[in-house]
Design a protein around this ligand. Sequence first.
Ligand code: PRP
Length: 183
Amino acid sequence: MTEKDARRAIERVLFTKDDIAAKVRELASRIDVDYRGKDLVAVCVLNGAMIFFADLIRAMSVPAEVDSVCASSYGNGTRSCGTVTFGKDVGTDIRGRHVLLVEDIIDSGLTMAALTEELKKREPASVRVCALLDKPSRRVNGFTADYTGFEIPDEFVVGYGLDLGGKYRCLDSICVLAREKSE
Ligand code: PRP
């Protein structure tokens, strides 16, 4: 896909590069206050959060050990089976440590609910979630993130790590796709 093709598919920009940068700084400040003096492990939820994660951990002042996890609760279908499967597990021993999961978007809430449940079995001191985007209207459970960047309506968004079929992740803004491209 060329840059021109990507531009053509975009209906509108929801959050610009500057909007996102300001929100990342705001979230990092809140995290700094909450985790000052604590032993923190920041975990990137792959793949979608990779760009947000890279910006967030560099905006934070508190030192964190970093790790990543690739988790899915969807199996091969479009409905969650409720059980998380790891494409890549967290390698760090998190027992007794504070874990901050960094996610790009929370939709149904099933992935985060299953992942936090799984990590809690490893007896960390705490598990919290920081999500850049939240679609509360899509939630099928009561899951809420501890830190949320933007609440968004039920529209298909791409960019800044979010994809459609593996594309658009490299856009520096978060955009709504033209309807025919997102279906
Ligand atoms: C997306 C997103 C979350 C999950 C949210 O991941 O990154 O992990 O879906 O959906 P939920 O709240 O309904 O569980 P996706 O499976 O698209 O993989 P990706 O991160 O590699 O894009």
